[in-house]
Design a protein around this ligand. Sequence first.
Ligand SMILES: [Zn+2]
Length: 475
Amino acid sequence: MNRSVLPVRYSAAVTTAAALLVAAACGPSTDGTRDAEEIVRVFRGATLVDGTGAEPMTDAVVVVRGDRIEAVGRAGEIEVPDADVDESLEGLWIIPGLVDAHVHFGQSGWFDSRPDAMNLQTYHPYDEVIARLAATPELFSEAYLCSGVTSVFDVGGYGWSVGLQERGETDPRFVRVSATGPLLSTIDFWLSTEDDHQFVFLADSAAVREGVQANADLGASAIKIWYIVPPDQDSVRVFDLVRLTAAEADARNLPLVVHATGMWEAKNAIRAGADVLVHGVFDVEVDEEFLEMALEAGVIYTPTVTVTEGYRNVFNQVGTAGLPYPAGCADEGTRNLLDSELPSEWVPPAEMITQYEDFVAANRAVGIENLRRVQAAGVTIALGTDAGNPGTLHGPSVHYEAVVFQEAGMTPMEILVSATRDAARAMGRGADLGTIEPSKFADFAILRADPTANAANLREIARVVKGGRTVWPPE
Ligand SMILES: [Zn+2]
């Protein structure tokens, strides 16, 4: 099939970063008399799964002052201050808000924002699509909150995606964001609008320095490289540019996150100093050398096992009802796109679908096997979906990736940690997000079913709390 239709090289992501700690947001006082910073909320009675991997704690008490956690313990074993809001969560589970460590606000979840994979610009002009996405990021934010996700890592997009970082810290109802901004790419990729760009071609060392500086000036949390080496390029020269990018990022204290879906590129990314691999390796089963390198470097591995299935599902026009996860949290516009019919001239011929099915099956098998190997070796795994790619919807797709992790042999507890503490580390927010421990932000998902019994229970969302306040369901 046409190589351009293969989604294996897509994606973008970002990582770590000495997170911009925009001064914590203080919303309006809920009781009208006290400063929001001093409001004390007590959540009692739930079973606590704190995101550290520690055994669940029944009859837990979580004390929140303002937007931060003040104390955590078993009822009767910790001192509980007078509460402004005292809530019983009996019969429920409380976990850290989920984190998706690989998303793109500049992609819709359908082909209108990926004309490189299927060019529907006659019907959906790309510039208009991007303008719409830039104007309405709250639609995806709401889908995340609805899915129990309180923080995301946007690992590649237009400059405006970086501005979402501040919004996430100042708008109580907006999901927290780390963002890399435009991707520094080893290939000259065209996917940009007339007056803005999301790729910076690393043509030479000057382009590297300018690209890293521009993203640092934007306020990016990390530097993202799209590391792809076409056969006609000098791989040694490209590697030199990748290493220079790493050095330039390091000089600005910016973590380096790398898209490298081949083992050879992934090893080189680690050699260059990558902090996060925003995809798994999909071309071959990873070898001992890769595992040793990843472990030694402390690199975080984000498997993105299911993203190619999303493309297949959209090629096959399965609609929202045919997705392998409930799509209800997605906004209506996105659901309508998924449920719309492809123009007849763009419906892939049966032969192409068959080839693509084979590609996806192989990809999935290698992705799962590599996840198994990486996990067995003790490499840190962060859950990330590559949301925004066709069929991988912002928000609910996190629940499918989590369930597929179980197929790789991860326990529900390990999956929960990868989707909270370790995904927060991947986005550079490990110090203040990802676990339920004193001094961290009070971002929680409250569940109706036990997430340590089955990762599928992560979707049993009763409520979502961000910065101490209930943000889902909306009031
Ligand atoms: Zn991506």
